[in-house]
Design a binder for this molecule. Structure first.
Ligand code: SF4
Length: 217
């Protein structure tokens, strides 16, 4: 079932994915910036600010050489400025003379950096380095729960742990396929299986989905 699920969402993603600029990049810094921006800001707004921020700060090192206030200034309009502060702290940690200037590719090593939680670590590992790493954000949690475990309480720590276990258990065999698999999971949660609507009749995993089958037998 895991293989079938992954194949279905990747095929759907290849046909229906939105063309978003960060999906064309495997540059770890660019992927990191997009993930930090997308955490608490709508895609439409990130589309506006992402290119301007990268034009102002094209590399991690350029962030590390700047003052925190300059990074915050470029972040203006996106809100939640702790993200800009954390990006600056991370850049100082990773860039010379404190570090090698290279972002690590393993989720565990990424998690040790300022402001990087489990989701962002999985996102950077799989989207920039094509590592076979799981990720669970709000969208992914909703899809996994509806498909595999509709009775799970996603707010409990047990429920969260279980969702991460499911996310890891259904990963495809290769890192390359994991890139599309994780992107597809997030896209499905954004476009078809959102918090407000479930577009089950159009959904590629309806035949496998415990919620979808119950709603539309
Ligand atoms: S079938 Fe419906 S509930 Fe299940 S994942 Fe698709 S949209 Fe969500």
């Amino acid at each position: 079932m895991a293989r079938d699920f992954s194949r279905r969402i990747r095929t759907w993603f290849a046909r229906h994915a939105r063309d978003l600029p960060w999906r064309h990049s495997r540059d770890p810094y660019q992927v990191l910036v997009s993930e930090l921006m997308l955490q608490q800001t709508q895609v439409s707004r990130v589309l506006e600010y992402y290119p301007c921020f990268l034009a102002r700060f094209p590399t991690l090192e350029s962030v590390s050489r700047s003052r925190p206030a300059q990074v915050r200034e470029a972040w203006r309009g996106l809100g939640y400025y702790a993200r800009a502060r954390n990006l600056h702290r991370l850049a100082r940690t990773v860039s010379p003379p404190n570090g090698t200037g290279v972002l690590p590719n393993a989720p565990e090593a990424l998690r040790a950096l300022p402001g990087i939680g489990a989701y962002t670590a999985g996102a950077v590992a799989s989207f920039a380095f094509e590592r076979r790493a799981a990720l669970v954000d709000t969208n992914v949690a909703r899809v996994l729960r509806r498909v595999f475990a509709p009775r799970l309480d996603p707010k409990s720590s047990r429920g969260q742990r279980r969702l991460w276990e499911i996310a890891a258990a259904i990963l495809p065999a290769t890192g390359r396929a994991t890139w599309s698999h994780n992107q597809a999971l997030m896209e499905l949660g954004a476009l078809l299986c959102s918090a407000r609507t479930m577009r089950c009749p159009e959904c590629p995993v309806r035949p496998l989905c415990r919620t979808g089958l119950r709603r539309n037998p």
